[in-house]
Design a protein around this ligand. Structure first.
Ligand SMILES: Cc1ncc(COP(=O)(O)O)c(C=O)c1O
Length: 398
């Protein structure tokens, strides 16, 4: 049964879509499974998710944060990034979008976001490029929205900047006929509870680039080649003159971690992928029903623009108040009725870890800072009832 705390509209209402049925299937799967570490179910999920996303390769990992760490490590291993390189990030994002960059010796260059889309635009990227020679852009597609990501892609191609999308919050959004997550060299996803689709914990990286996918499979598991296709295994073994089966399973080719999901996550993923379009449609319907009623109150809230997006797929409604006072009053008003939180992780440059480790680049008078101070969000999950939607509308409209 979905978790409903009496009277309170929670950010997360259930662990899975069709929770009771999924848990029943999961119990029986665990009882009968011979192995529960990475195997058939995970491989099948990779195939299905790549197919759903429309990319050739999917690498399934144990979280979206692990996906972000793995992609940076893989780019370093392949020499597409070098220690000390500058990497642009959306200032409004999640901690583990930024942390792997610092951990792996890259210089973080925060880029402000547009107040009406909450995302980095090609204009803001262009301004950054004038001051910094960035080698990579780790672009966050925030809460189902984007700005002109097609122009960002063109600019990155012109300037030879590697574009990677953190799509952990925008699974299913369609912009100019393409799903977000298909604009850059690769994109990361999160299947944490409360995101669009849950495998409890889980994440993925999608790409069309086979060399990168192979490196990601090494990075995901110890730096060994066990999850590569036979042809790729032969190639890497020949290159390193590994010709004994005694050693081939224990040869570690490049820097890696253990970021593997389990068969439990894979099995859940396989039960949830078929529901994905339905989940997204429900959230889109709710978003379209409520959003304009809230965003129309331009005297109280900054309007959020989404008419350039074909399908907005989010799991939360962001609201940016004109003043901190309005935001604080809403927080009071929602107390015990609607669970609220800041917009994602807020302005990363205001977080303690950022000022401790990355003192070189700060943003002043930024939109990200304003959103940090005056923003909030509440959940948009597929189990919201009619009564709950009415309650939200009545609290957020005068
Ligand atoms: C933009 C973004 N990236 C990465 C993550 C991390 O995902 P996970 O919780 O699966 O580690 C999140 C989490 O909410 C996120 O919002």
């Amino acid at each position: 049964m979905p978790i409903i705390i009496q009277g309170m509209i929670k950010l997360i209402k259930s662990t899975f879509y069709h929770e009771e049925d999924t848990k029943k299937k999961l119990t029986s799967f665990i009882k009968n499974a011979e192995f529960l570490s990475f195997g058939q179910e995970c491989n099948e999920f990779e195939r299905r998710f790549a197919n759903w996303q429309g990319r050739k390769q999917c690498i399934f990992l144990n979280s979206g944060s692990s996906a972000n760490l793995a992609i940076i490590q893989a780019l370093l291993n392949l020499g597409k990034l070098k220690s000390g390189d500058k990497v642009g990030i959306s200032a409004l994002t999640w901690s583990t979008n930024v942390m792997p960059l610092i951990e792996l010796g890259l210089q973080v260059i925060p880029i402000d976001v547009e107040i009406d889309t909450l995302n980095v635009s090609s204009d803001l990227l262009r301004k950054t490029i004038r001051r910094h020679e960035i080698k990579m852009l780790f672009l966050t597609n925030l809460l189902g929205f984007c700005d002109d990501i097609d122009k960002i892609r063109t600019l990155c191609r012109q300037e030879k900047i590697v574009l990677i999308e953190d799509n952990c919050e925008s699974l299913g959004t369609i912009y100019k006929g393409s799903k977000l997550g298909n604009f850059g060299l690769a994109s990361t996803f999160s299947f944490y509870v409360g995101h669009h689709m849950s495998t409890i914990e889980g994440g993925a990286i999608c790409t069309n680039n086979e060399e990168l996918a192979n490196m990601l499979r090494l990075v995901r598991a110890h730096g060994w080649d066990r999850n590569l296709a036979e042809k790729s295994q032969r190639k890497i073994r020949n290159k390193h003159k590994v010709n004994s089966t005694f050693y081939s399973r224990y040869t570690f080719y490049d820097l890696g971690y253990n970021l593997r999901p389990t068969e439990i996550n894979g099995f859940i993923g396989n039960t949830q992928v078929p529901y994905l379009d339905e989940i997204i449609k429900k959230r889109e319907d709710t978003f379209l029903e409520i959003a304009h009623k809230i965003y129309n109150q331009e005297d109280r809230f900054y309007p959020i623009r989404y008419d350039h997006i074909d399908l907005v797929s989010n799991f939360a409604f962001p609201v940016v108040c004109r003043t901190k006072k309005i935001r604080d009053e809403l927080v009071q008003k929602c107390n015990g009725k609607i669970e609220l939180r800041p917009i994602v992780g807020g302005d990363m440059t205001k977080q303690p870890f950022y000022s401790k480790y990355e003192k070189r680049s700060v943003l002043k008078n930024s939109n990200a800072g304003l959103i940090h101070n005056q923003g909030l969000y509440f959940g948009n999950n597929p189990e919201l009832t009619k009564v709950e939607k009415q309650q939200i509308i009545s609290i957020f409209t005068k």
